[in-house]
Write a protein that binds this ligand. Structure first.
Ligand code: UTP
Length: 291
């Protein structure tokens, strides 16, 4: 982890079945929380962490993500003509000027590990971040989770994985770590297991959608055979990295996670963001009271 983090991978080639029928045509990552799509929150967090190269691993149905970050000539001309400077800034601000977006395809949804491996030709041999946009991590005006993790990875010269405690009966939805505490927020991982049954889980510390990893992980992903659910699991390659390098850290990020990969999480995120907006909050609160 000697080089600073510049590249972040967004695996967005999943099928998004939990949001069908909307995801027949709308990529899950384009679902909005208020007026911003999930992918925008994820990109903002990556840019806050210092990234200048964003790699989107997509599939052939997800053109909307590329369109969203592209220049919208007609719309921009119209807003300019009408003197709508604020709206123009919003439309132009989806990607800062110094940041470039690169799109690679995952031909088949063979799992998160496989999706990350598809980014290898662009990332090469340097440390990089992985952000799953359906986990929306919010820390108000504080540092974003990926920035917190990047700082730790650089200071400790180790891979860092975001974790959060989950209810014991939900361990089979997550990668679960067994870790020795280092300080209040970080712990040294002893081992990791993907989606264990609650009875077999070593803890309730679950891996959530943020990772800072060395380029070496690609080599290990190439050796990884399909694991839980028949998919090539990133967790399995990280477990191999741990065996090889002896040190990968689990990090309890500062902030709140909204699992927007399911309906309840998306609703919670939307209500939370509405409550942060002084113009919207009174109306939403009144409506909730009425309900
Ligand atoms: P999920 O497990 O949430 O799957 O993937 P999904 O297909 O997106 O959604 P559901 O479960 O069908 O509703 C976690 C992350 O990994 C990416 C997804 O896009 C999501 O960001 N992913 C998963 C890939 O990019 N490729 C894959 O083969 C699998």
């Amino acid at each position: 982890m000697s080089k600073p983090l510049r590249k972040v991978v967004f695996p967005v080639a999943g099928l998004g079945t939990r949001f069908l029928p909307a995801t027949k045509v709308v990529a899950k990552e384009m679902l909005p929380v208020l007026d911003k799509p999930l992918i925008q929150y994820a990109v903002d967090e990556a840019v806050d962490a210092g990234a200048d190269t964003l790699i989107f691993v997509t599939n052939r149905y997800k053109h909307a993500i590329a369109d969203y970050f592209d220049k919208a000539y007609e719309l921009e001309a119209k807003l300019q003509e009408k003197g709508k400077a604020e709206l123009l800034a919003l439309v132009q601000g989806t990607l800062p000027r110094h940041v470039r977006a690169i799109f690679v395809t995952q031909p088949e949804a063979l799992g998160l590990g496989h999706a990350v491996l598809c980014a290898k030709p662009v990332v090469g041999d340097e440390p990089f971040g992985v952000v799953l946009p359906d986990d929306l991590l919010w820390n108000g005006t504080g540092k974003g989770a990926l920035r917190q993790m990047t700082e730790l990875a650089e200071a400790q010269q180790a891979g860092v994985i975001a974790v959060e405690e989950v209810p014991h009966d939900e361990t089979d939805k997550y990668g679960i770590v067994d870790a020795t505490p280092v300080d209040e927020r970080s712990a040294s991982i002893r081992y990791m297991v993907e989606k264990p049954k609650p009875a077999d889980a070593p803890s309730n510390l679950a891996v959530v959608g943020r990772y800072v990893l060395p380029g070496r992980i690609f080599h290990l992903l190439e050796q990884t055979t399909p694991g839980a659910g028949g998919e090539i699991q990133l967790t399995d390659a990280i477990e191999a990295l741990l065996k090889e390098q002896g040190k990968v850290l689990a990090y309890r990020f500062e902030g709140i996670r909204f699992d927007c990969g399911n309906k309840a999480g998306l609703v919670r995120a939307t209500m939370h963001m509405a409550m942060q907006d002084p113009k919207l909050a009174p109306t939403v609160r009144a409506f909730l009271d009425q309900l």
